[in-house]
Write a protein of this length. Sequence first.
Length: 328
Amino acid sequence: MSALIDDVLGLPDQLRDALWRIETARLEPADSAGLMVCGMGGSAIGGDLAAAAIGDRLTKPMVSIRGYELPSWKTPEWTILCSSYSGNTEETLACFEAAEALGARRLVASTGGQLSDQARAADVPVIGLPGIFQPRFAVAYMFATAAEAAALAGVAPRIRTEIDSAAAFLEVQLDPIKAQAAAVAESLAAGPTVIYGSDLTAPVAKRWKCQLNENAKAPAFASELPEADHNEICGWSPGSGAERMAAVFLEDCDQHPRERRRFELTAELVAEEAATVVRLETVGETRVERLLWATLLGDLASMEIASKRGVDPAAIVAIDKLKDGMAA
């Protein structure tokens, strides 16, 4: 457990190392119609987080593809970033091959495996990642790679300086984040959790959900405002079983005033039935700082919950069983 917590707390240094690895890959810029980030699980979330961090500075589409196929509207003018920590993710390998058939520009981020072998054989640039983490703990590398790929593809400005500054910011914030993560874990360890986000925090809510699933072995779900206000809030009704569930509201300190009001009202409504409601507001000056602050908080909270539940955060028994079934 302690080694994994060290991996989580190492996020600032991992961000710096990621930027260095991208720089040494000597990737060439090429104007594109957009950027597709192909991956699964911890290898895919980096694309979602990077797009949110860039926000309205995106000048062309940036989308995450989770599956075996590229969308029907694809064209050769797109840049395709294939991210697979292991290099053996079958869905990502399929997208890599589909991008080749399309004739699109391809980039790869991986520790090795089939993906790196195929990329190097085809003279596709590879950003080599350190093979010392559980894939879900390599989020710094996947985030920085997606952000840099967006700049290289001409779909967004470069945010390298903001990422570097965020690393320093997180180092200062480590102790307060650890304390807050422990407090959050006290509230959430008992049962299923729904994590709500909006705009900047929407992909962070997804990250929290996945970390609670994998690290804490707990049922968790992610949802997004304002959409949830048009349907999901009806599920928090008397007799629905909601009294066994907790809710987390990830609010951005720089969010739209109407979104702030929605968070307030939604939290009040959910609190009438939920076992627990936790409201959190991001800390930081830039979108990158705030997004990574909230990401690190969720990662640490999931580890604290794993400890309280007495489970091994490294074990992924269900995933291994599923992979064995797929290989049969």
